[in-house]
Write a protein that binds this ligand. Sequence first.
Ligand code: SAM
Length: 302
Amino acid sequence: MFLAQPADWSVMADRAPALDDVRMQRWADLVEHRTGITIPVERHAFLGAGLRGRMQQLGIADYDGYYRLLANERGVSQEWSQLVDRLTVHETAFFRHAPSLQLLTDEVLPAFVARNTAKATGFQVWSLGCSTGEEPYTLAMLIQRYLDQAGSDQLFGITATDISRPALQSAREGSYTERRMAGVAPEYRARFCVDTGDDHWRIAESLRRRICFAQLNILEARGFPVSNLDLIYCQNMLIYFPRYQRLQILDMLAQRLAPGGVLVLGPADMPCWAHSEFERIRFEGTLAFRRQVAGTASVKGT
Ligand SMILES: C[S@@+](CC[C@H](N)C(=O)[O-])C[C@H]1O[C@@H](n2cnc3c(N)ncnc32)[C@H](O)[C@@H]1O
């Protein structure tokens, strides 16, 4: 993941006391090691500005004190989450990638309904790097609408994870301005959203309760308790990780899908990925893979 570049960061960077190159690289290494966020040298000024901004909030005067605080934290703590939130891009939108959504309604959901007349857990989804919630809410609207139209009484559930606590807080709230709702068609608004009258819409409770939001650093997901999934939807997150980490992440995700389950990536995320138990789904404009058989074969990039 590369650094975000908010407009006023250059100003903040100018005010920040200089960090020498060695210490800056130490910071960049720590952030990459703990979060996967890659910070190339040409972006070090922005890392410095992000650090400085957070330190000012905390009243910490020196970089080394803040470094010690973060280096001693286990996992991705509250403080890591705050820093990462300053360093990453949360850009997202409702109904963001139309071809992938079309794939769900044309192929993935029909296949699930056809083969699972009574799966006890229903259709289980994992939305990774869910940011402020637009992606999992989009999936929930589509799935509910599809199941209703198909006359299916299957249930569904979505686990939505992100490293950023502020983004997740906003996602749980499920309240969006008219501008952010731009991609939501009137039919979906009428059915799944409530106009709260202050230029905001709130996702209806019936949909919100289908989604469980949780903080998760994808690099620490090995013990994360989701498995036997029908759909993993992971877009615009992998592309920022180095190739070796993308492969590790995909290996871990592959093991979480049920036979017949589908992994949907962003079209540019990892087009050359291959796995002995997965077939590429040929659906225009998408990058998606279906699990054929259960097992634990290793993942290879080509
Ligand atoms: C550009 S947003 C993508 C949002 C959504 N998937 C979409 O396509 O619209 C990338 C998200 O990945 C999250 N992220 C970055 N590094 C992460 C990590 N190591 N573990 C989990 N989430 C991470 C960021 O917090 C951010 O919300």
